[in-house]
Design a protein around this ligand. Sequence first.
Ligand SMILES: [Zn+2]
Length: 626
Amino acid sequence: MKSGLLIAATLLLLYATAQAQEKIIVPKATALAYAKHTRCEDGKPGKNYWQNSATYAIKATVDVTNKMLHGSERVTYFNHSPDTLKTLVIRLYQDLFKKGANRNSLVDVDPRDLTDGVQIGRMAINKNDVSTDVNQKMVRRKGTLMHVKLNDWILPGSKSEIEIDWNFHIPEHTLIRMGTIDSTTVFLGQWYPQIAVYDDLNGWDTHSYNGLAEFYNEVADFDVEISVPQGFMVWATGEPVNIQELIQPSYYATYRKAATSDQIRHLVTEQDLKKGAITTDKQTWKYKASQVSDFAFGLSNHYCWDITSVEVDKQTKRRTVVGVAYNPASKHFDQVVNVARETVRFMSEEMPGVPFPFPYMTVFNGDFGIEYPMITNVGTDPKFDMTVYANSHEIAHSYFPFYVCTNETKNGWLDEGLTVFLPEKIQTEIASLDEAKRNTAAFSKYAGLEDEPAVITPTHYLDQRIYFYLNYAKTEVALRMLQMELGDSLFKTCLRDFMEHWKYKHPTPNDFFHSFNRCSGQNLNWFWHVWYYQNGGMPDLAIDKVTRVANKVQVTVDNKGDFPLPIVLSFYNRDKVVKTVTLPASSWLEQPNKPVTVSIDSSEEITRVTLGNEYIPDVNRSNNTL
Ligand SMILES: [Zn+2]
């Protein structure tokens, strides 16, 4: 805000008491959570907040030739809830590939990849075998979920040990977040039997995976051993604890150096791949990760590996190791290590300005653009801009939903909006990409669709067309409008406050909204209401009238649309901008349904006034100049 500051301040005083008092709808489960003090009405976790957790010890073998994964896991599941658990809900994501499964994924499943789903060899709970034959009635498989009746109930404050041996066919012709990248490159996500979330709001999360909506996972510790054929390397979530035994000493020496310096090192180059002898004869890669909500990995025998590290916490001097595993034929991927490192640095220092939470960040060049803790799976794009966009966006997910563990399957807009919004500045610096402008244009184009539901609509109800428009474009604009309303500094303070309270926890939209209300000291319910709870609607401000008396110019701005938007007026003397005035969106609250009048004194002649700009959405710009 420049010359508009004084006018804005005066207006703010006038309508401070007149702010709309809309209430945010509180779902029944949330109201109960307030009563039980698991959550607070001011958007903080309550004094009785709890969350269940697990440790996973997994041994997996990837049969690259036959595209099979064989695994066995021992899960220790901790019940921190006040409830006695009489059932367990286990996710078998790969049942998505069962014939007849309910799917809503971006790509269709190639019929050649249809299977009978995840095959379970053995399951034991607290060392007692449990029959997984559905006729025995101890388990029920529905969608991608397996409900298990427990003989041994899990009492509050106790734990249970679950052992499962399983296998499934790795999709060869279909890539939905995971599968066969090429004949000797595989990416595996959504691959192990995972205990579903049991939370204070709804108990067991029984949403089946349909291929579109992403994660809602418990925070867990992982200890994973992955066996691969000779000559393959494995990149995964977490720390490669036995890497010293797996790669030749000269490679290991370079790897060690990269972990402590800013220099980018081409650890495995195309020439190295031609020469061979990068790995040793050991074939089991061990990875360890703590406090993560998922585990994924990629493997290949012909990928280059670039590596560096970056100091993410100035106070503790903590560093994050940043690596990229890629096909040397992939366009732009030799530059991705720099994109990844600069994203990690930018997010640690500037936006959100919270030290990168994880010790490793690896980009695996696969297909799609999908985030997992400490590893992303990103496809090749002919455009450098898109390579930068996809990589910085997926890395931004390290904060949402992996640091602040929001529910992506229900509230995809919360993490997607933030992860589109947060890295915008670094994208502009690296690739002159302007996502803010692009999203403003997208929202201006699509706003007002007849079948446009409110952003708050649970993600699992959305079809793919609306999913991307709502969860990415519209929410990015909403966050930017919020930043304009609060100013950059207060916006960041509120965002960091929300992150600090909810790191490694499960916040809801109500927690997000109430957190900002509390931290900003403002009742922003009018803002949440129009941007998140309103069905559709169009942004359309217009200049109604310009009157000039002597040196005074008075502009009347009308809101013909459904969003209170910031008012940016540019006063021109022919081609020269004489003055710019910015008023916050809350200016519209002073006198609801009435125009806003802006006056300026100008010593210069004003020949033209324009309203808005490329960063403020507007479905009709023909009424923005007079
Ligand atoms: Zn995303």
